[in-house]
Design a binder for this molecule. Structure first.
Ligand code: PLP
Length: 467
């Protein structure tokens, strides 16, 4: 018995030495996304060892609820054997095909199934490698479309404060969170930024209806002042995710859609987060918000994060214009080595089976409960608002509820909550004074209760600390 214990201890000891070694390797050699200048070559992030269902296990063996589902992406949960098998099977059948002159079966099948779910005539798809490349593709497609039909001056892009659309040059130029832009360059001459549609941050004394009118008027006036003949596209997330789960006021998106239609401006709905069940539907634009865009970008949930894949659904009205133009030989000079990747598309198909096979329905059932339970956190004085839709939510902390002032708050309040929740068994995504939650869609009501209990305790401990 003692020998066994000793052997296990050695194994544990060796494992922890191994982990420490990896941490040092990461500190010295690994640059992770969104690093601070001072942390490069100096700091490593929290190690995560494994995942199972809605849980992940950290480097110390602590089991945590994966509150953000990775980065809004592990929709069907971790460690799905069906998805692992399909990757293996596809790799053993055809691991790669050259999209320049061949086509794989899974890409054609996935295109057809996505077209059946997309609203209206959005029945063409261009597969990419993720969300940024999907947004970049949609924007370059708009440019190509306007060049081919003889409108080369119609290229400006309207975006909004609070937006996040990616990390390639053009997609990143649309980003509206100051932190993303403070130290970075962008194609500013191509982009017009409008007000973030955040009802919680509307001007004091203004009603929600008044705020909606203000946003719509601002949009209309911008089209008039800059000229409809110069504006090519509006790009918007139906719910701004990384900006703090900003659900726009009712009726706002359809009114913007209408102005776009009247002015021949392409409406690009960025559903990189909201598609594939986060709001209970495969695509949310029409079913949840009543809009039929010209293009929809997607990524993340299309493979539940198991393989890097994204894409753009494109209206056949647009492809028809191109086909019938006088420039049938004009090439859309855009593509990726990994466009239509057969493994990604095979995973996408199996993932869609899982969603259609009950997970979408489950998400529709559990979503309202998730929102209702999280809302109870508004009883805590530090919490200014809990908002969200479906299975995405944000807890926004304020220094003073009356003025909703976040500025006087300790800047690290999100991180403090995250630290306490981590100790209690929940990973949250901290965003300055906010915590964002978007768990795997398979979360049960009991697990929601557990998550909310941890958050309650984590926020209470933060309040004690700040006192
Ligand atoms: N668009 C939205 C709405 C996103 O939230 C993201 C990423 O979080 C992107 C685009 C970029 O996607 P990716 O990180 O896959 O390039």
């Amino acid at each position: 018995m003692a020998a066994v214990e000793k052997a296990e201890f050695r194994r544990g000891d060796a494992a922890s030495e191994h982990r420490d070694g990896l941490k040092r390797s990461a500190e010295r050699h690994l640059i992770q996304p969104w690093p601070y200048a001072g942390s490069i070559g100096n700091e490593a992030r929290t190690p995560i060892g494994s995942g199972d269902g809605i849980y992940i296990t950290d480097g110390e063996g602590r089991r945590l609820i994966d509150g953000p589902a990775g980065m809004w992406c592990v929709n069907v949960g971790h460690r799905r054997e069906e998805l692992a098998r399909v990757m293996y099977d596809q790799a053993m059948t055809l691991s790669y095909n050259t999209p320049w002159y061949t086509m794989s079966d899974p890409s054609a099948e996935l295109a057809e199934r996505l077209a059946a779910h997309a609203p209206g005539d959005l029945d063409h798809v261009f597969f990419t490698t993720g969300g940024s490349s999907a947004v970049e593709t949609a924007l370059r497609f708009m440019q190509f479309f306007n060049n081919v039909r003889g409108r080369p001056e119609k290229k400006l892009i309207i975006s909004r404060g609070g937006a996040y659309h990616g990390s390639t040059y053009l997609s990143a130029s649309l980003n509206g969170r100051p932190r993303d832009r403070d130290w970075m360059d962008g194609a500013d001459d191509l982009v017009i930024k409008l007000t973030c549609p955040n009802p919680f941050r509307r001007p004091a004394g203004m009603s929600i209806e008044g705020f909606t009118d203000f946003l719509v008027d601002e949009f209309r006036e911008t089209v008039t002042s800059r000229g409809a003949d110069r504006i090519g596209a509006f790009v918007g997330e139906p719910v701004q995710a990384s900006g703090g789960v900003i659900v726009p006021p009712p009726g706002y998106l359809p009114r913007i859609r209408e102005i776009c239609r009247e002015n021949d401006i392409l409406y690009i709905s960025d559903e990189v987060v909201t598609a594939f069940g986060r709001l209970g539907e495969v695509f949310a634009s029409e079913k949840v918000f009543g809009i039929e865009p010209d293009m929809i970008t997607f990524a993340k949930g299309v493979t539940s994060g198991y393989f890097p894949l994204g894409g753009v659904m494109i209206s056949s009205r647009l492809t028809e214009v191109l086909r019938k133009s006088n420039h049938a030989a004009a090439m859309f000079g855009h593509g990726y080595t990994y466009s239509s990747h057969p493994i990604g598309c095979a995973v996408g198909l199996k993932n869609l089976d899982l969603l259609e096979g009950g997970i979408l329905e489950h998400a529709r059932q559990v979503g309202p409960y998730f929102q209702e339970r999280l809302k109870t956190l508004e009883d805590l004085p530090l919490v200014g608002e809990v908002r969200g839709a479906g299975l995405m939510a944000c807890v926004e902390c304020v220094a003073d509820r009356e003025s909703r002032n976040p500025l006087a708050l300790d800047n690290d309040v999100g991180k403090r909550i995250d630290r306490h929740c981590h100790e209690l068994g929940l990973l949250v995504r901290p965003l300055i004074n906010m915590c964002v939650m978007s768990p795997p869609l398979t979360i049960t009501r009991e697990q929601v209760d557990h998550m909310v209990a941890i958050l309650h305790e984590g926020i209470s401990r933060t309040m004690d600390e700040l006192r």
